[in-house]
Write a protein that binds this ligand. Sequence first.
Ligand SMILES: *[C@@H]1O[C@H](CO)[C@@H](O)[C@H](O)[C@H]1NC(C)=O
Ligand SMILES: *[C@@H]1O[C@H](CO)[C@@H](O)[C@H](O)[C@H]1NC(C)=O
Length: 678
Amino acid sequence: MKLNTALLLLLAPPALSDRVDDYIDQLSLEEKIKYLGGNGMGNYPDDGEYVGTVLATDHAGIPALLYNDGPQGFRDDARPGTSTALPSGLNVAATWSTEAATLWGDVLGAEFFDKGSNVMLGPGMNVARVPRNGRNFEYMSGEDPSLGAGLVPSVIKASQSHKILANAKHFVNNNQETNRGEMSSQVDERTRFEMYYPPFQAAIDAGVGSFMCSYNKINHVYSCENPETLVDDLKGAMGFEGYVMSDWGATHSASLLQGLDQEMADADFMNFDNLKDAPVDAIDASVRRILKPFVDVGAFDLTDDEQAARSIYNNVTSDEHFEAARSISVESHVMLKNTDSVLPLGRDFFTGENTVAVIGSQGDDNCIGGGGSGRVDAAWKPTPLATLKATAEDAAYGADSDKIKYLDDDSSLEDQIELASNSDLCLFFLQTSSGEGSDRDNLNLNADGKVAEVASHCAKSVAVVSAPGAVLMPWADSVDSVLLNFMPGVASAFATVDILVGDEEPTGRLPITMPLIENQEGMTLEQFPGVDGNMNSTYTETWGFGYRYYHLHQEEPRFWFGAGLGYSSFEVTKISWGDSNVKVSIKNTGDVDSTAVPQLYLGAPSGCDLPLWALKGFDKLLVKAGESANVEFALDEKDVSKWDVDARDWAMCGGEWSARVGFSAQLVDDETIATKTI
Ligand SMILES: *[C@@H]1O[C@H](CO)[C@@H](O)[C@H](O)[C@H]1NC(C)=O
Ligand SMILES: *[C@@H]1O[C@H](CO)[C@@H](O)[C@H](O)[C@H]1NC(C)=O
């Protein structure tokens, strides 16, 4: 039989690019331009109130594009409790775990899909530059580009496997909220590529469909009309093939030729009047950038059943997602000290005769997430106080118990001391929060003032701290143990108690440095928040922020980046360079099984002008008591390179490179350092 190849070609499903071309062929100029700007917030007919919309083009078979916040769960202000208030992006950074990042992305993707949205406005991945940034909690890079780059791909792949697009934001150098709509981040190309772009590059390499440009200017040009960062860097050197949308209201002109593909939330500038005479090739290119990622992830190929089942009115949270929030919260609790092994207390401690003082409003009215567009309201959440009472009675949640007594932040010092003196354990619950639109005024918690004095009257004391970023904890020397859980999500009270009783080991590690004092890095007014009146924040520190600052200036923070304790101790017993990796053996030197988070830091030859030590890899693994495990950290050329501005590419920096593997960024006397000449 003779094959009819022409017929076979007709029957074969069209290749993806053909399909996008086919869409574009069917669109009039006006319809194409419709994709370059949004149709407003909260007004999509029929389908509810997504925060951004582009209407469907029915005759071409293109469904509506429905965008929603945000980075710690599906934000649904009108229906609180119908989506899961997950731990924040900074919590994901604190897990140092690609598995936790995958779980987080998986729950997010599933909930966005079931809520009928096809673009998730997250994850946020800016590298934290200033400790007071009000949005640091949203970002999953902490203060290190390699930490972000190591975790971002898991979130992008897991979320986009649910036939929605993820969105890499906020590109770029939106590292403060103070004056964010006007200020300019003055940052050179090398610093951008080496310190701020790597998590975004990792998102691109993982196939992220969309990017969001930010409110600020970069080198005096608004982010969303900045050809240097959008065209030369993002779409040029970094190879991004998806589309760039503006942050809501961050567009200042019809910036199609400057690299913006889509203005959100309304088409104030990117509209037919302004763009009808723009080059058709440029319009087609942007429409292709917008539509192709939806085709690639399968967002335009839903079955009728799938389509019918999705709706913003759905309650998409579930027991399973609550448990996911709980486990990510457990993994992002960072134990910062544990004098005399006060933790774990053991379940018996609570079920016996012991009395417990719960001090601090966070114990009974717990903040679980940051504010602003990234907030997710829970209809119900367990509180630490009620969870502890149930634990003390060995009963279900809601049980009461006289053994647990509570005082809020406003209670007097005398009352707190009296309760502390008459209790077998003090549990301090402390918090501060932050949100979009402003930076924190200081790094205090809401009720730091009395902790040190009250703790001196406690038989044992543990402070549980919830914070959206760095906090000073001036009382840290006065308590036996500190657990920091960032913006910990709906299930965090259960997670905290899981850890207190010893059902779980705290396995989080700091994704940001905890300083001893305000502005320990000594940033000038020109660096942050910018020169008064003229709004420039100059990045003169280049790579010298976060732990890299402390190394450079030989200063001690309160707690180092990467730090965090479990219930055992580890030692690096062997370290060596391979051709394209560093290999170590780590030994659990304690008598319990425990999770280790080994971290590879590379030290560059001195002529390179690179950080003294920079994180280049990490792992998280359970090691049995007394046993050793081998860990390999893969390296590529970029890891021993700097950004060459003239070549606009990475260039290896030759000389003697050093490798240390540790359990934080803190340098340890006599540790073994392996060197290699490259
Ligand atoms: C949504 O579903 C969860 C899990 O089934 C349930 O616990 C919760 O009460 C529901 N939320 C609302 C607002 O009905
Ligand atoms: C800040 O930026 C403006 C331009 O927007 C420039 O004229 C001014 O000199 C800059 N100021 C400083 C202190 O760099």
